[in-house]
Write a protein that binds this ligand. Structure first.
Ligand code: NAP
Length: 285
C-alpha cells in the first residue's frame, strides 16, 4: 500500500492563517529582522520566502543585507542594534555565514528572547532541560506534521539521521520529550540501515539525495524527509521516492517540511513578541 503523503503545504497554510489572526489581535505591530551576509543564492531564496510569508501574515519584516566583506565587529554591532530596537521582536541571522565570520559568537550575541531560530545556547539548553523557550522552526514543523497525522510517538522507536544544532539534535530532543525511544545517526554510524529498519519513525536530515532507500524502512513507518538537494530536475529530498511503497506516512519534497519551517518561524515571531510584552514567560529569563 502506498504511504499517506503528509501535506506540509496545507498544514502550513492553516498555521499561517492562525498566525495572521494572532498578529492582528496583538495590539501593536510585531517585527522580524532578518540578516543575510553575502550573496549565497540558496540563502537568498530562503530569505525571500520568509519575507513574503511574514508580510502576508502582517509581520513587519526588515530585510537587512550586508556584503560578504562585513567584519565580525560590524555584524556584532548590527546584532546589538537589533537587540536594542524595541520594534524588533525576532532576529534571524541566516546561516551559514561567509568564511571568516564566527557563527557561534554571532549567535551568542542575539537576545535569547528575540532568538526566533532557537539557536542561542540558552534556548538550546532549555530544550535539553525539557523546558523549551524558542525552538528552531524545522524541528517544530516536523513534530506538528507527526501530530497532524496522529503518528504515535509515545514508546515508538524513532531514528533521526543527522545531528546538526538546527535540525537533528532538536528534533531528537522533541521526540524524546514525547516519550519516543530515540537514536541519532550521523556520518560515522556503522550500519545506518540496521538502525532505520527497526524504526517506527524516521527523520532524515542529511542533505544526501536518496540516502534512505526502501530496504531501510520498516513497513508502515512514518518517514519525514527534511533533506534538500538541488538537482537539474529540481529539489529532491533524502528519501528515495520508492520508499512511498513501504512507508505508512511520508512527507513529499517539496511540499512537506519546507513550508512548515517557514510557518513555524512566523509562529515563533509571535511567541517572541509575547515574551517581550510579558504576556508569556520565557522559561530561561
Ligand atoms: P548539516 O549541518 O550538514 O548536517 C547533516 C547531518 O547529516 C550531519 O549530522 C552529518 O553527520 C549527517 N550525515 C552526512 N552524511 C551522512 C551519511 N552518509 N550517513 C548518515 N549521516 C550523514 O545539515 P542540516 O542543516 O542539519 O540540514 C540537513 C538537510 O536538511 C540539508 O539538506 C538541508 O538543506 C535540509 N534542511 C531543510 C529544511 C527544510 O525546511 N526543509 C530546513 C533546514 C535544513 P556528521 O555530523 O557526522 O557530519
Amino acid at each position: 500500500m502506498a504511504a499517506t503523503l503528509m501535506d506540509g503545504k496545507a498544514l502550513a497554510a492553516r498555521i499561517r492563517e492562525d498566525v495572521a489572526r494572532e498578529v492582528k489581535a496583538f495590539g501593536r505591530p510585531i517585527g522580524l529582522a532578518t540578516v543575510l551576509v553575502g550573496d549565497d543564492p540558496a540563502s537568498d531564496v530562503y530569505i525571500r520566502l520568509k519575507h513574503k510569508a511574514s508580510l502576508e501574515v502582517g509581520i513587519d519584516a526588515r530585510d537587512l543585507r550586508l556584503p560578504a566583506t562585513t567584519t565580525q565587529e560590524e555584524l556584532l554591532a548590527l546584532v546589538a542594534e537589533l537587540n536594542a530596537d524595541d520594534a524588533v521582536d525576532g532576529i534571524l541571522v541566516q546561516l551559514p555565514l561567509p568564511d571568516g565570520l564566527d557563527e557561534r559568537r554571532v549567535i551568542n550575541a542575539i537576545d535569547p528572547l528575540k532568538d526566533v531560530d532557537g539557536i542561542h545556547p540558552l534556548n538550546a539548553g532549555l530544550l535539553l532541560a525539557g523546558t523549551p523557550g524558542h525552538v528552531p522552526g524545522t524541528p517544530l514543523g516536523v513534530l506538528e506534521l507527526l501530530d497532524e497525522y496522529e503518528v504515535q510517538l509515545h514508546g515508538a522507536n524513532a531514528v533521526v539521521i543527522g545531528r546538526s544544532d538546527i535540525v537533528g539534535k532538536p528534533v531528537a530532543l522533541l521526540l524524546l520529550q514525547r516519550h519516543a525511544t530515540v537514536t541519532i545517526c550521523h556520518s560515522r554510524t556503522r550500519d545506518l540501515a540496521a538502525e532505520t529498519s527497526r524504526a517506527d519513525v524516521v527523520v532524515a536530515a542529511v542533505g544526501v539525495a536518496g540516502i534512505v532507500q526502501p530496504g531501510m524502512v520498516k513497513e508502515g513507518a512514518a518517514v519525514i524527509d527534511v533533506g534538500i538537494t538541488r538537482t537539474d530536475a529540481g529539489i529532491v529530498g533524502d528519501v528515495a521516492p520508492e520508499v512511498a511503497a513501504r512507508a505508512g506516512f511520508l512527507t513529499p519534497v517539496p511540499g512537506g517540511v519546507g513550508p512548515m519551517t517557514i510557518a513555524l518561524l512566523l509562529k515563533s515571531t509571535v511567541r517572541a513578541a509575547r515574551y517581550r510584552s510579558g504576556s508569556l514567560a520565557h522559561p530561561g529569563v
